[in-house]
Design a protein around this ligand. Structure first.
Ligand SMILES: NC(=O)c1ccc[n+]([C@@H]2O[C@H](COP(=O)([O-])OP(=O)(O)OC[C@H]3O[C@@H](n4cnc5c(N)ncnc54)[C@H](OP(=O)(O)O)[C@@H]3O)[C@@H](O)[C@H]2O)c1
Length: 440
C-alpha cells in the first residue's frame, strides 16, 4: 500500500520576505499571510438580507469589507440607520468604479436581473441571493460573464447559510455525482414538522409558521414548491452541468396535505418532506423532481426538521456527504453573502466544469406516487400504469404514473386539492420492475 504524503520538514517559504508566522503569547500576532486592503461594497436592498449583511460587517470590521453605499427603493420608509446612508437610484452604484463589489439583495426579480446583468456587462463583481431570477436567467448570466470578465456568485440563493454551491463547485467540480437530495425550503419544512408533531392539519400549522415569521403572508411560492424548484435548477447546473428551464422540472407542493397523509407516512415509519431529488440515471441522463416524498430514518434528511434545510450529496468516489443548516434569515443568509465577498476577494469564480459534458434531461420516466383525492377525474387524468394499493375509504391510491402526466396536470392537481407524495421509486416507462431506487 502506498504511504501517505508527509509535509517536508523545512519551511515551505524559505524566502526571508515571507516569514512564516511564529506562535507567541502575544495576542493578534498571527495575521493573514497576504493582508489586503478593505473592499468597498455597494449594497442594493436593505431588507432582511441586506440588513443581515450590514449587521455582520458591523460586528466584524476585521473581515475587511465596508458598506460604502446603500441603495433602496422607498424614500419615505423608516430605517434603522440614519437617512443620509441611503440613496434611491441603484444604477448610480453600478457606475461607481470606486466600489469593489456590488451586492444585489432586492425583492423584485425583473429589476434584479437588470441590475445583475448590467453590472456584469460592465465587467463588475456581483453577489446576489435572488434564486427565482437566477433560475430563469442563469444561461444568459453565465454567457455574460464569459464575454465581459465580470463575476457573479450566489451562495445565499440556495439553502441560505449552507455552503452547498461552493461545495459542488470547488470540491465536487469534476467528480461525478449520482444523486443529490435536499430539503431546500424551510417554510414548508416547518409546516410539515409541526403537522407531524401535533397531528395537526395544514391550515393551523401554516398559520403558526406565518405568525413566527417562518412563512410568508403569501405562502404559495414556498408551499407550492416553486421556491425549492428554483434552487434545484441552480443545483442542477453545478452538480451536473445541466442548465434547465424551471418549467421543465416537476414541482408539487403541500397545499393539499392533511393529517391523514402524515398518519399514512407514520404508519410506515416515515415522514413526509418536500424533497428536491436530482439524480443521474443508469443511461447517464439526469432527472430533477421537487415534490413531497416519503423519507425514512435511514436518510439524513429524516432529522432535518422545523425551519432547517439539508442536502445529501452522493458522489461517485467520495460517497455520501450531508450538509444541514439554516436556509433563511438575515444572519444566515448574510453569512453566505459574506462568504461570497471573501471568495471574490480571493479571485474565486464558478467554473461550471460539468457544463462541458452536460447530460441530457430525462422526463420519460415513471414515478411511484401516493395520491389522495376525492376527485375520480384526477385518477383518470394521471392514467396510472400500475396500481399497487387502493383504499377507497381513505381516498388514496399508490402506483406508477408517467412523469409527463404529473408535469402536464400539476395545475389541475393543485386546483382540485389533490395531494401527491413520491415513494422515492422511479423506473423507465414500461418497465415492470423497479430499476432505479431513489429513496431520499
Ligand atoms: N429573507 C431571506 O431569508 C432570504 C434567504 C435567501 C434568499 N433571499 C433572497 O434575497 C433577496 C432579498 O430578500 P429579502 O428578504 O431581504 O427582501 P426584503 O426584506 O423584502 O427587502 C427587499 C429590499 O429591496 C429593496 N428594493 C426593492 N426594489 C428595489 C430597487 N429597484 N432598487 C433598490 N432597492 C430595492 C427594498 O427597498 P425598500 O426598503 O425601500 O422597500 C428592500 O430594502 C430576494 O431575492 C430573496 O429571494 C432571501
Amino acid at each position: 500500500m502506498a504511504s501517505c504524503w508527509k509535509p517536508p520538514k523545512s519551511p515551505i517559504f524559505s524566502n526571508d520576505s515571507l516569514p512564516l508566522p511564529m506562535l507567541t503569547n502575544q495576542p493578534n500576532h498571527i495575521t493573514a499571510l497576504f493582508p489586503t486592503r478593505q473592499w468597498r461594497v455597494g449594497l442594493i436592498g436593505f431588507g432582511c438580507v441586506g440588513q443581515g449583511l450590514y449587521d455582520i460587517l458591523d460586528q466584524r470590521p476585521e473581515a475587511g469589507f465596508i458598506i460604502s453605499r446603500i441603495a433602496v427603493k422607498n424614500p419615505t420608509k423608516a430605517r434603522t440607520l440614519s437617512a443620509e446612508r441611503f440613496e434611491f437610484d441603484a444604477e448610480l452604484l453600478l457606475a461607481d468604479d470606486s466600489l469593489d463589489v456590488l451586492v444585489e439583495v432586492i425583492d423584485d426579480a425583473d429589476t434584479a436581473f437588470w441590475l445583475v446583468s448590467e453590472s456584469l456587462r460592465r465587467g463588475r463583481r456581483v453577489v446576489t441571493a435572488n434564486k427565482a431570477m437566477l433560475a430563469r436567467h442563469l444561461p444568459a448570466l453565465v454567457q455574460l460573464q464569459r464575454e465581459t470578465g465580470g463575476t457573479l456568485l450566489y451562495e445565499a440563493a440556495v439553502c441560505g447559510s449552507i455552503p452547498v454551491i461552493r461545495t459542488l463547485e470547488a470540491y465536487f467540480g469534476v467528480e461525478p455525482l449520482h444523486r443529490l437530495t435536499g430539503i431546500l425550503n424551510g417554510s414548508s419544512n416547518y409546516v410539515l414538522t409541526r403537522m407531524g408533531e401535533e397531528g395537526a392539519d395544514y391550515a393551523p400549522a401554516l398559520a403558526e409558521a406565518q405568525q413566527l415569521g417562518f412563512a410568508e403572508t403569501e405562502p404559495s411560492l414556498d408551499m407550492g414548491a416553486f421556491d425549492p424548484r428554483s434552487k434545484a435548477v441552480l443545483l442542477a447546473a453545478h452538480a451536473y452541468g445541466a442548465f434547465l428551464d424551471p418549467e421543465q422540472v416537476l414541482n408539487l407542493g403541500i397545499e393539499g396535505i392533511g393529517a391523514v397523509d402524515i398518519a399514512f407516512a407514520a404508519s410506515q415509519g416515515q415522514k413526509i418532506k418536500v424533497v428536491a431529488g436530482l439524480q443521474r440515471l443508469p443511461d447517464g441522463r439526469v432527472t430533477v423532481l421537487v415534490t413531497p416524498q416519503l423519507v425514512g430514518p435511514d436518510s439524513p434528511l429524516y432529522t432535518v426538521d422545523h425551519e432547517f434545510n439539508g442536502v445529501v450529496i452522493e458522489a461517485d468516489f467520495a460517497g455520501e456527504q450531508f450538509l444541514r443548516g439554516r436556509g433563511a434569515g438575515g444572519h444566515p443568509t448574510g453569512s453566505a453573502v459574506l462568504a461570497d465577498l471573501a471568495a471574490l476577494r480571493q479571485g474565486f469564480a464558478y467554473q461550471y466544469h460539468k457544463a462541458a459534458e452536460a447530460p441530457e434531461y430525462a422526463a420519460d420516466l415513471e414515478v411511484e406516487i401516493y395520491l389522495r383525492t376525492n376527485e375520480p377525474r384526477i385518477i383518470d387524468l394521471l392514467d396510472f400504469s400500475e396500481i399497487s394499493e387502493e383504499a377507497d375509504e381513505d381516498e388514496y391510491v399508490v402506483g406508477y404514473v408517467a412523469l409527463q402526466h404529473l408535469i402536464r396536470h400539476r395545475d389541475t392537481l393543485r386546483q382540485y386539492g389533490a395531494f401527491v407524495v413520491r415513494t422515492g421509486r422511479l423506473r423507465p416507462i414500461g418497465e415492470e420492475v423497479e430499476t432505479v431506487a431513489a429513496s431520499a
